[in-house]
Ligand binder design. Structure first.
Ligand code: LFR
Length: 473
């Protein structure tokens, strides 16, 4: 068979990459051709993504791809969820997109609840409460910068925004739109009635496009600037977690997944949305996946905490890498330090080390002082949270979970994988690391008719990687 080449641009909260894939009919090989850091910036009291820089890096990656001189069948873009840019009728970006960790959504739920209870919102959308959801961000825009909303002609989620400036086409891709808490979970269409009740503008919402379609071709300008021909930009699971789950080799109903990176996304795949009293009480979410599948999951604050600790120590002259932090945590004798990763104090602290220490002191655990102790408090908190949420999942779905498939960059942390197996008592199957890029590529290959469906796609993923097994000790 002829070789098929595709490009996946994957933007994470701390770094981005462009990956070139080669599909030979049986397996997919990945080559990272460009990597860059993602450095959000505080300006005044606001916290922004640096969109121009990210777009610049995207074009740099496309230039590198062009230099390879191969025939590229498609480009797919995925990013983190919930954030968006607003553009005016000329297609100009009205403001740099605001970071989901910005504090303008603090307490916005109280304003909204005066109009509609969370329970009502959950029944419509099936989405967990997180103050960072687009719904609350947009409501904060209405409250604090209504002039920008008035000028806005279109709301484009981060991947939609990149797609727009690459092709000139405006869509809201379904999986990313599902993170907004503005879609009706069953019909997969905009929850217009709810949005109108909340006085949110609906005319800025775009047509929803499902993964696996062509969005458009690279504009003439982008072709000229990057040296690529008129390659199609395709709709993929443009929410990174949707792509990651797509490429997770789940073996049936008894497998849960943890997509491990900045966040830990823990859940199962379901054919239908699960919206009931238990899912509401445990705050589980129903995000959209490929082939209309539902990602029934929960957000747990993840390795972002370790990233922030590393950054803090490095800024204070202690040059530790992830490997050393993880080893130090594994070696700790006093195992009594443990945080709740979802505590508000860990959403956006200015100093993560102090936040962890303060949490332990406030909860009568004493003060973790060494690097290993502080990190161990985080690892213990994560593993305990995984155990509790798996047990919620078992209750809500009636499934018995035997295996946890861990995927994403976080699985390079072997202590985290083993600790997860030990604390949850479940077998952990780790891999693929590059789940997001693989899922992005799978959606393109399905769209191109090179593979039939997601089940075949997952077989291809298994052919392409090695998984590591951790049994509880
Ligand atoms: C992971 C992720 C999560 C989403 C969070 C914020 O990268 O996309 O799925 O809840 O980032 O957008």
């Amino acid at each position: 068979m002829t070789l098929i080449y595709n490009l996946a641009a994957d933007f994470g909260a701390s770094s981005g990459r462009l990956i070139l894939s080669k599909f030979d009919g049986d397996k997919i090989e990945l080559e990272e051709i460009h990597r860059f850091s993602n450095d959000p910036v505080r300006i005044g009291s606001r916290f922004y993504w640096d969109f121009p820089r990210l777009f610049h890096e995207l074009k740099n990656g496309l230039k590198k791809a062009a230099l390879k001189g191969i025939d590229i069948s498609g480009i797919g873009i995925d990013t983190w969820g919930v954030d968006y840019g607003l553009i005016d009728k000329n297609g100009d970006l009205l403001s740099n997109p605001i970071h989901y960790r910005d504090n303008r959504t603090d307490n916005i739920i109280d304003d909204i609840e005066k109009i509609m209870s969370f329970e009502e919102i959950y029944k419509v959308t099936g989405i967990q409460y997180l103050q960072l959801n687009t719904l609350y961000q947009l409501y904060a825009d209405l409250k604090f910068r209504p002039d920008i909303l008035e000028k806005a002609d279109a709301l484009l989620f981060m991947p939609d925004l990149f797609n727009f400036y690459l092709t000139g086409q405006k869509y809201n891709e379904y999986t990313i739109a599902s993170t907004s808490q503005m879609l009706e979970v069953f019909s997969k269409t905009w929850a217009l009635e709810m949005l109108e009740k909340l006085s949110l503008p609906t005319k800025i919402l775009q047509k929803i496009i499902m993964p696996g379609n062509i969005i458009g071709k690279l504009t003439k300008d982008i072709q000229e600037e990057t040296g690529l021909p008129d390659v199609p930009v395709m709709s993929v699971g443009s929410h990174d977690t949707a792509s990651a789950v797509a490429a997770t080799p789940l073996e049936g109903e008894n497998c849960a997944y943890i997509s491990s990176g900045t966040w830990s996304l823990l859940g199962v795949e379901s054919k239908e949305p699960i919206v009931n009293e238990d899912s509401l009480k445990d705050n589980f979410t129903n995000e959209g996946g490929l082939e209309g599948r539902i990602r029934f999951l929960k957000n747990i604050n993840g390795l972002w905490m370790i990233q922030q600790l590393k950054k803090h120590w490095q800024e204070h002259g202690i040059d530790v890498g992830y490997g050393e932090i993880s080893k130090a945590a594994a070696a700790v004798k006093n195992d009594g330090f443990i945080i709740d990763p979802n505590d508000k104090s860990f959403l956006a602290p200015l100093n993560m080390a102090t936040a962890v220490q303060q949490y332990c002191i406030n909860n009568g655990q004493g003060e973790p002082r060494e690097i290993g102790e502080i990190a161990r408090a985080v690892y213990n908190g994560l593993a305990r949270e995984y155990k509790a949420r798996i047990s919620n999942l078992e209750e809500i779905t009636g499934r018995k979970i035997n295996v946890i498939n861990m995927v994403g960059g976080g699985i390079q942390d072997e202590f985290l994988c083993q600790h997860t197996a030990n604390i949850t008592g479940k077998t952990v199957l780790a891999g693929p690391i590059e789940a997001t890029a693989l899922g992005n590529i799978l959606a393109q290959l399905i769209a191109l008719g090179e593979i039939n469906d997601l089940s075949q796609g997952r077989e291809i993923v298994k052919n392409s990687i090695t998984q590591k097994k951790y049994t509880p000790q």
